[in-house]
Design a protein around this ligand. Structure first.
Ligand code: ARG
Length: 296
């Protein structure tokens, strides 16, 4: 059996109090179709309770009334404990101005909780960076560039964290963050939807995964299966088609389904609403002093 991921047991989530569809910045969003607040809250509560039941820990950041997308906490920033023990977060510089206020609250929360903070760009100046594009896997920090994150941001990520960043180009308008198309499962396995990526980037990412579970564009877009989180050997998913379930269970994973239909209206699922706080440089991704960027 392949070794479980060492991260993914501690998350930051934002309460869905102000979640609604005020604008459309991805193909899932339609201001004519609003989420039901009570159902959205119930789904969010169930997800939080499920993570806790599985032994995970959840910290909660207060939502902002002016930021209806802040429930998608994955995009607040990329948080990691550095090799010297300092906790450090690279705050997101959102592509769309509609989401930029979220960073103000993220800054306050991280600073108040003992994290050092850094920016890739700020208030519309400099490269954009959204943390839903970034995951450690197989010796690299894998970073999607394209709809939300600019290639220029990778240099800052690499230098701030002292890691090797593998840039992969995402080209699909419906998979605008890498976390909609790629999900590390354990040290050898990951879910990947190659259709989300430029061909050479898809190949570079496939080359990194000893045992990939390749999903189709349709599977990724209709089931949000890649937008899952993994706690040890349990995968918390919004849905799981039989074909995918057979592979995952064959690999020894247990599947926990948490209904996320109301959150899907904004274009996010399980992963998008949970931001991992327990990634460690030197354990989950090797230290490369000064950092290094490999772009495909
Ligand atoms: N409405 C949000 C946006 O378009 C959805 C974010 C989804 N989050 C994610 N990590 N994929 O920014």
């Amino acid at each position: 059996m392949s070794t479980s991921l060492s991260w993914g047991r501690h998350y930051l989530m934002t309460e869905p109090t102000h979640y609604r569809i005020d604008y459309a910045i991805n193909p899932f969003m339609d201001t004519e179709i609003q989420p039901d607040p009570a159902r959205a809250r119930a789904q969010w509560d169930t997800l939080k309770a499920t993570i806790e039941e599985l032994g995970g820990r959840v910290d909660v950041i207060a939502p902002r009334a002016d930021s209806p997308d802040m429930v998608y906490a994955m995009n607040l920033g990329f948080a990691a404990t550095l090799a010297d023990g300092r906790r450090h977060v690279i705050l997101s510089h959102m592509r769309f101005p509609e989401r930029r206020n979220e960073t103000r609250s993220a800054l306050d929360w991280f600073a108040a909780n003992g994290w050092g903070t850094a920016y890739v760009g700020k208030d519309g100046i400099g490269p954009c960076f959204e943390a839903g594009d970034v995951f450690p896997f197989a010796g690299h920090l894998v970073a999607g560039t394209g709809p939300r994150t600019d290639e220029l941001a990778l240099k800052t990520l690499a230098a701030e964290l002292n890691v090797r960043v593998l840039g992969v180009r995402t080209t699909h308008s419906g998979m605008y963050h890498l976390d909609l198309a790629f999900c590390p499962l354990d040290e050898r396995r990951a879910i990947i939807c190659p259709d989300a990526l430029a061909p050479e980037s898809a190949q570079a990412l496939l080359d990194l995964i000893p045992e990939p579970l390749v999903i189709t564009e349709e599977e990724a877009l209709t089931t949000f299966a890649a937008n899952s989180i993994v706690i040890g050997r349990t995968i918390v998913m919004p849905s799981c088609p039989d074909r995918i379930r057979t592979v995952l269970e064959g690999w020894g994973f247990t599947i926990r389904i948490v209904e996320m239909s109301e959150l899907h209206l904004g274009g996010g699922s399980v992963r998008c609403v949970t931001n991992p706080l327990d990634i460690v440089v030197g354990r989950d991704v090797p230290v490369v002093y000064g950092g290094e960027v490999v772009a495909t």
